[in-house]
Design a binder for this molecule. Sequence first.
Ligand SMILES: Cc1ncc(COP(=O)(O)O)c(C=O)c1O
Length: 275
Amino acid sequence: MTILFNHQLIDRSQARIDIEDRGYQFGDGVYEVIRVYEGKTFCLPEHVERLQRSAREIGLKLPYDGQRLEELLLQLLHANRIHNGTIYLQASRGVAPRSHPFPKKPQAVIVAYTNEAERPYASLNNGIGAVITEDIRWLRCDIKSLNLLGAVLAKQYAAENGCEEAILHRDGRVTEGSSTNVFRVKDGTLYTHPANHLILHGINRAVTLELAQELQIPVKEESFTTDALFQSDEIFVTSTTMEISPVITVNGRKVGDGKPGKVTRQLQQAFEKRI
Ligand SMILES: Cc1ncc(COP(=O)(O)O)c(C=O)c1O
């Protein structure tokens, strides 16, 4: 498999990550996951822009501009002939003797590779189960940081409870999922947490809000309580890999009638057309 390593496309077997890479030691870096549908990237400029923003927010200088990065990622995609799948991309603050402050002359280390992966048809068609757990992450969830321990622990909790996703709350108010944005439908209105420092500003969240507008579904970007979540007519989560996945149970309790809802289906159909 070909990977992007800094400025070059090389074979994976030739790549070496230094033991003092700050991404490895501190999680000091940022990343993106980009969807590929039938050989074409979905929302590539938006992902590159978000990577640049995340990098800026942590004072990490990327070695090339957005246009060059897009070119390199497309070259990577073509080298691996991915049909349906994802591109994973990360930028760390590079290699330096282990010490918390930034190195004097940091040089970002960039790695990108591809995965062939089918769309998540079972989740899209049948829905998923979710469990609620406390959001123990830091207060800059808008940065797509390599530090994912909070998300890892939440997802593990979901897995141990036979669920696909953990829905996170802070003081009883739902923020997002461990790797998704959370939406609820009540009396025909769509609710989701505002795009502030407490959530990742999901690319598919933004696409979903655009689709809702096109479909004239009323939207409120407002946080809601876990109690309100239980009273929802419909719940779904969005992400690059999960697309728009209905949530049919929360903590083992049925959402609505326990089947994917009407508004969710409408948005899924509109999403299908978009891709
Ligand atoms: C915490 C979190 N929220 C939301 C999302 C969804 O973002 P996107 O739609 O850009 O994939 C992700 C994606 O990985 C995530 O990790």
